[in-house]
Design a protein around this ligand. Sequence first.
Ligand code: ATP
Length: 437
Amino acid sequence: MEKLVSLAKRRGFIYPGSEIYGGLSGTWDYGPLGVALKNNIKNVWWRMFVDSRDDMYGVDAAILMNQKVWEASGHVGGFSDPLVECKKCKRRFRADQIGGPSTKLGAGKCPECGGSFGNVRQFNMMFKTHVGAAEDESSVSYLRPETAGGIFVNFKNIVDSFHPRLPFGIAQIGKAFRNEIAPRDFLFRVRELEQMEVEYFVRPSEWEKAFEEWRKLVFAFTDAVGISRGAVHELEVPDGERAHYSKRTIDFEFDFPFGRKELCGLAYRTDFDLSAHAKASGATLSIVDKEGEAPIVPHCIEPSFGIERTVLALLVSAYTEDTLGGETRTYLKFNPDVAPIKAAVFPLLKNKPELVAKAREIYTALKKDVPQILWDDNGNIGKRYRRQDEIGTPACITIDFQTLEDGTVTVRDRDTGTQERRSISALRGIIAPHTGL
Ligand code: ATP
């Protein structure tokens, strides 16, 4: 993990939040390569679950919502984790994370100082704020703790605008906020996160079929971004441990360096949310699915992916150390579809104007079609290769003297280090398929 965190910072993927002020626990800032990686992940997800399907509707709802949304959804009352405080050093922990029971007196000893714990109390994880100038109970709002809330409140809008038939889904990618008691493990547990969620609405009798379909689709997504299949494991969450709205949940866990932990989840939320919002708001949140049939409140299957954990799983999956040409190297073996930079273009020598001019010409023409390419003429070619390896660039294109004669360049493969001569006209075809174009 230390190597990953340091590479991510050094090469401009991820920086600690508010770093020059000493940081802010549970927050991370994405640098240029991190943004590109994240956008590529989101694009794969959106293409797979929205654009390539006829039964999905995308939304981008406000993060601040009427407080009644979170009262109805049960989050004001129940979105909490068990908190214990060490009587000696006053540090706070999540009781269930340090092996204690979640409801009784904090068991065990403080992992930091060996002190004993006080009583367990429930700590609500929503960030509370006020909207507008008045700071009274009526102006209370919350930063949303999951994007799902914004989907359920738009159910009626989507039905009224598009008249979908069941089954259909509403998808959203966006920020969510959780005031985690103990943020930790780099991107794994943060306080400001981004989720990619679908609420898939089905006839009540068809939830099991849809659940099974989404089970496969979760793996289709982890495969598509390049998370190794062997490192993802399903965990059937037992009764009593599921979220308050769920009748069945599978956690998809990943073998992180700090243990096997949840990467994403699949939950059967029944009609809990639509019924609760219908009751609390007075809106009709049912649908006439077949002519002549009585209106029904659909049931809902929710695949929920966190971007931070996806980024972390990808970094872990991609991080590779090997020996190439007698030298040890570190490289990120990203699937080209998510690699932040698709190719780097170099003139073999920086001080030969004819090479630089030709390389610039090729770079400029390629960049029009494939924006995610990079120019590098710093240092010798070996150093440039190492730099690109470290950020996971799948291909390096070098313009040399032969290019001036026959219009071919070398294309060097990140994983094997082998070089092939290819014609300039073939370059777009090599790179563009990985850009989603
Ligand atoms: P955990 O049990 O690890 O706290 P959770 O079961 O509360 O997670 P969900 O409510 O199912 O998580 O959220 C859906 C997804 O959002 C998770 O699978 C994860 O990818 C992501 N996620 C949730 N909380 C965090 C967090 N604090 N930091 C990073 N990602 C998170």
